[in-house]
Write a protein that binds this ligand. Structure first.
Ligand code: CTP
Length: 396
């Protein structure tokens, strides 16, 4: 499955480094080549010899190790790979990457590469949740680095929470999804938005809605499993990132718009997010009760769907919008299809408990008419939709 593909695996200095050894074995079994690079700290946890033995090729450890450094060996190493994966990505390595430091072989390779970079962070929960680490991860995501979200669970340090490295088999799936996508959407880039947006009122309050993000995440998952390279721009939700999907977290509608535009070009855009139609001009300090009931002046948010669907060189070949309606579902959906200029509106009746619930009934509204899908779980709806989207891109 990975025959002929080359992975440059940068192993960081954390207890999870042992899983990187197992990953080398899995990538080799799948037919791929692995060039291991160990940071100085990584060598406290695993040895270059173990990595080299499993990779069946030399493991690199330092900038001045490269025999052909005179010929810019670090440039060669980082460019001859098909993919770079930092695993485990420690807080320190993420900070170096975000800052663009290049003071050892690993960081130099990451700065010199012109290839796609994935990071699999693993660290203590407090280090992961520290605003500095989160800001670094956001910076890297915005630059197109694929962040494989850490898992929640018991950690080697005795604490519990997000920070665990996913199992090597899952890491292999993420690598395969990138290097050897299979399925009708292989080679296509799909952009999905999901979840609500939060619009701040003051530093402690915000406007939100009931969207759980579940339908959008299920669609991202279904598209990825049909071979698409998926960028998922997610509002604040409590959901795990589907395997192989690049996720960019945002809070407000304007952040979502910026993340969507930064992810272009795309072949397919499926905008499922329940974007707040209005934002508040937020107060710089907390609004106090004693000051009397405030009047919130609302300002209209940008319409991401309309912007994306407008004719132009960056318009994805197909743009799909969602319409949550409580009455006259199809009439409103048809008006939205024309008004926003998209190729399909997936209309759902949210007069029941659809928002945040597990099941959904949707109607696909296109210029050709309306097709109603049977009531199903959000995952089943996602599969049916992904199959229909795949038909748009079917090769003869
Ligand atoms: N959408 C968007 N940007 C916005 C608002 C909505 O991209 N600022 C997208 C949603 O992701 C969804 C579709 O547009 O795909 C929903 O359309 P919209 O007209 O905003 O729906 P409602 O808010 O329900 O509109 P209305 O109040 O007119 O029914």
């Amino acid at each position: 499955m990975l025959a002929g593909k080359r992975l440059l695996l940068i192993i960081g200095g954390g207890i999870a480094a042992y899983k990187a050894l197992e990953l080398i074995r899995l990538v080799r079994s799948a037919g791929g080549c692995v060039t291991p690079v160990l940071t100085r700290a990584a060598q406290q946890f695993v040895t270059p010899m173990a990595a080299a033995a499993l990779a069946e090729q030399r493991a690199y450890t330092d900038l001045f190790d490269l025999k052909d450094e005179a010929e810019m060996g670090h440039i060669r190493l980082s460019r001859e790979a098909d993919l770079l994966l930092v695993c485990p990505a420690t807080a320190d390595l993420l900070a170096k990457m975000a800052a663009g430091l290049a003071d050892d072989l690993a960081s130099t390779l990451l700065l010199a590469t012109d290839k796609h970079v994935m990071v699999a962070p693993a660290m203590n929960v407090r280090m992961w949740e520290h605003p500095a680490t989160q800001a670094n991860v956001a910076t890297l995501s915005a630059r197109g680095v694929h962040v494989i979200a850490p898992e929640v669970g018991a950690m080697a340090c005795g604490e519990h929470g997000p920070g665990r490295l996913p199992e090597p088999a899952q890491l292999l799936s993420a690598i395969q999804a990138r290097l050897a996508p299979q399925g009708p959407l292989a080679g296509r880039h799909a952009l999905v938005t999901a979840g609500p947006t939060h619009e701040p009122i003051d530093p402690v309050r915000y406007l939100a809605n009931r969207s759980s993000g579940r339908q959008g995440f299920a669609i991202a998952d279904a598209l990825a499993s049909r071979g698409a390279r998926v960028t998922l721009v997610a509002g604040p939700v409590a959901l795990a990132t589907p395997a192989g999907v690049r996720r960019v977290d945002v809070e407000t509608a304007r952040e979502m718009e910026a993340a969507v535009m930064a992810a272009l070009p795309a072949d397919l855009a499926v905008l499922v997010a329940a974007v707040a139609d209005w934002r508040v001009d937020p107060a710089p300090a907390k609004r106090k009760k004693g000051e009397g009931a405030p009047t919130l002046a609302l300002v209209e948010n940008p319409d991401i769907l309309a912007r994306l669907a407008a004719p132009g060189p960056h318009r994805p070949a197909r743009v799909v919008g969602f319409a949550a309606e409580t009455h006259d579902v199809l009439t409103h959906a048809q008006a939205k299809l024309a008004g926003k200029g998209c190729d399909m509106i997936v209309a759902n009746d949210v007069s029941g408990d659809v928002m945040g619930g597990a099941r959904n009934t949707v109607h696909l509204v296109t210029a050709d008419g309306v097709e109603s899908l049977p009531e199903a779980s959000k995952e089943e709806v996602a599969a049916m939709l992904a199959d229909r989207f795949a038909r748009w891109f079917a090769r003869p």
